[in-house]
Design a protein around this ligand. Structure first.
Ligand code: HMG
Ligand code: MG
Length: 303
């Protein structure tokens, strides 16, 4: 069966904007996040506390986060997670009062080197104290796992390899594991196989989220497959913004509007006002200087 309700983990302001060549002013980013909250999204990944030279698009995190950190008072239940790679990033996030963070590992060695300048094992060592200190401070930690289906340098990725790294992240104390199809090559059969491998290893779908990029147009089919396997947390980005700067051939995430259109049709609750969301993405597309790649945004707004 399908879940009655899906929690959408909106990643547009982070995964979306980190790979757009247009650098948006901090005011526009803050307004974007406020409009996403007003449209009913309750998990909005706001930014990253990574090295500013690695991701210049998010180098304004210190300026941006204080402008949005008051939003949960206006929208009860709103969470604003931020990406943190190491203790330096954690210090920056805690100083500004972040309540939710995410660490991000890779299932493959090549991407770990390119994205984190470390092997998989070394990056897990880097995350261990981050998760421990964050948890002790009452901050929830999501674990991302990249390249769960295919890797641009290594090709298809074996489910057992993904499960091994994913279990380590959960063993550290990550409260949720988001399975990333960073380059969007995965197809529904692979999704089913990976979720079955996690299940066989004792990790049920209630601890998992899915994170699909739409490079090959498979994101919605993959999401539906995951929902049928019991997953009920789905990552997406408003208007289909984004990609990943350290993974060649990665394009935008599954568009939140395309996702909500499907979930509405299935009678699955999300709390999202689709019209308000689509007009937010059309507004942002104006700032990006190009139309949204989301089919639903174009259909709903005539953009
Ligand atoms: P490094 O160069 O190995 O860092 O980078 P280091 O530990 O050797 O430190 C070097 C210098 O950087 C030091 O400064 C540190 O203080 C500074 P110095 O002493 O030389 O003056 N530094 C920092 N400054 C600010 N904030 C920090 C920080 N850390 C160190 N947090 C590092 C290692 C992890 C920092 C770097 O590789 C990095 O920032 N990587 C981030 C890459 C990234 O953000 N990628 C995109 C997100 S992942 C993604 O999009 C995938 C996902 O969407 C899921 C999917 O689709 O698969 C999540
Ligand atoms: Mg991503």
């Amino acid at each position: 069966g399908l879940p009655a309700r899906v929690r959408i983990h909106e990643v547009g302001p982070r995964d979306g904007l980190q790979n757009e060549s247009t650098a948006l002013p901090v005011d526009v980013k803050a307004e974007f996040i406020a409009r996403l909250a007003a449209a009913g999204l309750r998990t909005v990944e706001a930014t990253s506390f990574v090295h500013p030279k690695w991701v210049p698009q998010l180098a304004d995190a210190e300026e941006l986060f204080p402008r949005v950190s008051g939003l949960p008072a206006e929208y009860p239940g709103l969470r604003l997670p931020v990406l943190v790679p190491n203790e330096r990033g954690l210090d920056r996030a805690l100083t500004l009062g972040a309540k939710d963070i995410a660490v991000f590992a890779s299932a493959t060695e090549t991407f770990a080197q390119r994205n984190l300048n470390r092997s998989v094992a070394q990056s897990l060592e880097m995350f261990a104290p981050v998760v421990e200190r964050a948890t002790a401070a009452g901050v929830a930690v999501r674990g991302y796992l990249s390249m769960c289906f295919g890797d641009p340098w290594e090709g298809p990725v074996a489910p057992d390899q993904v499960v091994a790294v994913g279990r380590e992240l959960l063993a550290f104390g990550c409260t949720e594991l988001s399975l990333g199809d960073t380059i969007g090559t995965g197809t529904p059969g692979q999704v089913e196989a990976l979720l079955a491998a996690f299940s066989a290893a004792g990790v049920g779908p209630e601890r998992l989220a899915v994170h699909f990029h739409d490079t090959y147009g498979q994101a919605l089919a993959n999401t539906l497959t995951a929902l049928r396997c019991g997953v009920s947390v789905v990552d997406s980005s408003a208007g289909g913004l984004g990609g990943c700067p350290y993974a060649k051939s990665a394009t935008g995430n599954l568009a939140t509007e395309d996702l909500v259109w499907m979930l509405n049709g299935l009678g699955i609750e999300t709390g999202v006002d689709l019209a308000a969301l689509a007009s937010t993405s059309a507004w942002l597309a104006g700032h990006m200087g190009r139309p949204s790649p989301s089919r639903a945004v174009r259909a709903l707004t005539g953009a």
